[in-house]
Design a binder for this molecule. Structure first.
Ligand code: PHE
Length: 334
């Protein structure tokens, strides 16, 4: 009987090599492991075997059974692997990995920076958590001044607050170096505002400051007009309106032609043809005195610029909150 068992083992091993698909493997399984299969036949005969030899034979049969089982299982998993490989359609076009891109505000800020760099400005930086002195006092805005009401913010202490504009960087730069100065200072600013389509409690500004001997109002106008043309196109006009800021004298607010109708008047600009951009003016002599510059010798201009506003114009975005929601469906359009 031992030889017969050995024989069965060998035919099985030879036969499993020739199996070509799952169906053939299944008939092989029935043949060798089925209830009417050959192995089962040997188990049935075990009762007639000499009791002395029975344990040895029984052991052989059990080993053979597990050999059958593991070999069949292995073959089955080989078939499954090739099957999935065949399901891969090599004619399909490849999948593009999603590419990261820059946030629209970053893109616009980079463009603003490169325009001013080419006009001879360099880039300055200041803290978002400011002192009352830099944010207000040194900018000629004393505690009692009504201009503070328009720029309410989060106070960390009585004297420390989230900056309401980038103008404090003007002071920090002038304190740190003698004239001439020609800088822009981009950054985030904060105001106590309820969010809506055009307001966000934080937004972005670019401050500009130029101080030297003989700097005039004409220089300010030229730089802003040049910026408008490079940012939005040759045909874009700039309009200056008288205004008031405690740290500039005279002060103005400037508008660009509406970039949607190019000045003709449309729904977006409420038929005026103009879009408000920000404020500017000639640096107030009191500010020069606060930083130790001699207002009799030096003059200069300063301007603000809303980055979010410019990005909204550039990309025709009608709600400032979209910038800060991190919704990829929005962000991936730019
Ligand atoms: N800081 C002013 C604002 O936030 C803008 C401004 C900057 C005005 C520089 C004049 C000069 O509204």
């Amino acid at each position: 009987m031992k030889e017969q068992i050995e024989q069965l083992r060998e035919t099985f091993l030879a036969e499993i090599q020739t199996v070509g698909n799952v169906q053939e493997l299944e008939s092989l399984r029935v043949k060798y492991l089925g209830r009417r299969g050959q192995l089962q036949g040997f188990f049935k005969q075990l009762g007639q075997v000499d009791p002395k030899e029975r344990p040895g034979i029984g052991k052989l049969l059990n080993e053979l059974k597990s050999l059958f089982e593991t070999s069949i299982a292995e073959r089955a998993s080989q078939f499954r692997r090739t099957e999935t490989r065949e399901k891969i359609d090599l004619t399909l076009p490849g999948r593009k990995p999603p590419l990261a891109r820059k946030h629209p505000l970053t893109q616009v800020l980079e463009e603003i920076k490169s325009i001013f760099l080419s006009l001879g400005f360099s880039i300055a930086d200041g803290p978002e958590v400011e002192t009352d002195y830099y944010n207000f006092e040194a900018l000629n805005i004393p505690r009692w001044h009504p201009a503070r009401d328009m720029q309410d913010t989060l106070y960390i202490t009585e004297d420390v607050l989230l900056r309401t504009h980038t103008s404090p960087v003007q002071i920090r730069v002038m304190e740190s170096q003698p004239p001439p100065v020609r800088i822009i200072a981009p950054g985030r600013v904060y105001r106590r505002d309820t969010p809506d389509a055009s307001h966000s409690p934080f937004f972005h500004q670019v401050e500009g400051l130029c101080v030297d001997k003989g700097v005039s109002f004409a220089d300010l106008k030229a730089v802003i007009a040049e910026f408008a043309r490079r940012m939005f196109g040759e045909d874009i006009q700039v309009r200056f309106r008288p205004s008031f800021f405690p740290f500039t004298e005279p002060s103005l607010e400037y508008d660009f032609n509406c970039v949607f109708c190019r000045g003709k008047g449309c729904r977006v600009c409420k038929q005026t043809g103009w879009m408000e951009i920000s404020g500017a003016g000639m640096v107030d002599p009191n500010v020069f005195t606060a930083v130790g510059y001699d207002p009799e010798v030096y003059s200069g201009y300063a301007f603000g610029m809303g980055v979010d506003r410019i990005a909204m114009l550039k990309f025709a975005i009608d709600d400032i909150r979209l910038f800060f929601e991190n919704d990829l469906r929005f962000l991936s359009q730019f």
